[in-house]
Design a protein. Structure first.
Length: 374
């Protein structure tokens, strides 16, 4: 009997990707008893990436690291054989801010570097670094300090953490900077922003992290100085590369200090989660995320799932969501035949969040009647 592949991303702040997949599967089973389903929760490198990897058979490794404000937090990465999947947001994500209080000028990426070192100590030879959802705009300077680099001002004192302090950077002491010999680093991101300028990390993303217009200017100056000193000290030029501005400039440090290669987050994650092997013989793919909107069309998980499914001729893709603002034409352009939104059956958005699981099961029953039932 042919099967249905269920490959959603999370409904942010409501359900994990694995929970979304489980509720959709339950609704399908109730509507079509005996229907075979394959659950492949997905992520694009941002929040939920470790959860998706764990659902696919990776082992979750937990440890304490420095959070965005320097206080210890418990973070996780995923490990399978010699591949480690590290989600930057686990260490320095917005959800790691104490009390949710923004710290746009001082938040640090140091914990990400600590996760990388832990993975290397566990003999990881390939590190997939998911970029997204972070609270910092420090250009990856915190990551570099975790690897042993020392960021010094003109008086030889170490700089405090955060992107604003980088404006006082005079030199980088790399004498104790850890090398990662034999370790391949792949950065997963769905953005192509450079480090600096009107499309850079500070201008575009810092306001989303609580930065005022004045803060953005401080951060831009800091990142510019960081790029000048880092590129001169190590002899690379990465500030203008696609994705250098991802995750508050973590992309820049990954490219320059770790020699990372950039790949679209969802494409890379689908490969790592062995998504293509579930397509032969499938009769339908169900994907989704909390909000299907114009961002979905630019590298988000549902569009990536639909692109991957297009390799199987005639295989239809439908999507579930909390809300959908895309037209039928936009959905078709992304390879999605139809979208089913919780808001279509429950206009009260608060109830949508509270009852997301049961409502998803109801939507799955409708999908079964539309696409699967005789």
């Amino acid at each position: 009997m042919s099967h249905v592949v269920i490959a959603p991303d999370k409904f942010k702040g409501t359900l994990t990707a694995a929970q979304v997949a489980a509720h959709v599967a339950a609704g399908l089973d109730r509507a079509c008893p005996g229907l075979k389903t394959v659950q492949v929760p997905v992520a694009d490198g941002g929040d939920g990436t470790v959860d998706a990897a764990e659902a696919a058979g990776y082992r979750r490794v937990q440890m304490g690291v420095r959070g965005p404000t320097g206080k210890n937090v418990t973070a996780s990465f995923a490990l399978l054989d010699e591949t480690a999947i590290i989600e930057s947001a686990q260490a320095c994500g917005l959800t790691r801010l104490p009390g949710g209080e923004p710290a746009p000028l001082t938040a640090t990426s140091r914990g990400v570097g600590e996760l990388i070192l832990a993975a290397v100590r566990m003999r990881a030879k390939r590190i997939v670094l998911g970029l997204g959802g972070v609270a910092c705009t420090d250009g990856g300077a915190g990551l570099v300090t975790a690897l042993g680099g020392r960021l010094l001002d003109k008086s030889g004192f170490e700089l405090p953490p955060g992107g604003a302090a980088l404006a006082r950077l005079d030199q980088i002491d790399v004498s104790k900077l850890r090398d990662l010999p034999g370790t391949e680093v792949i950065a997963a991101t769905d953005v192509d922003n450079p480090l600096l300028g009107p499309r850079g990390a500070a201008a575009v993303y810092a306001p989303q992290k609580g930065a005022s217009p004045e803060d953005v200017t401080f951060l831009e100056n800091g990142l510019m100085r960081w790029a000048d000193v880092a590129e001169q000290a190590l002899g690379f030029r990465e500030r203008d590369e696609r994705g250098a501005g991802a995750a508050g400039g973590l992309g820049f440090a990954a490219l320059g200090f770790l020699g990372a290669t950039m790949r679209p987050g969802i494409e890379l994650m689908l490969d790592l989660l062995s998504f293509p092997r579930h397509l032969p013989g499938a009769r339908l793919v169900i994907t989704g995320e909390g909000a299907l909107d114009t961002q979905t069309l630019h590298g988000k998980a549902p569009a990536g799932v639909a692109r991957a499914a297009a390799a199987a001729p005639g295989l239809r893709v439908v999507a579930v969501a909390g809300v959908c603002s895309l037209t039928a034409s936009q959905l078709r352009s992304a390879g999605i035949a139809r979208a089913y939104a919780l808001a279509d059956i429950e206009p009260d958005l608060a109830r949508c969040r509270e009852q997301a699981g049961p409502l998803l099961e109801e939507l799955a029953g409708q999908i079964a009647r539309d696409w699967i039932a005789p």
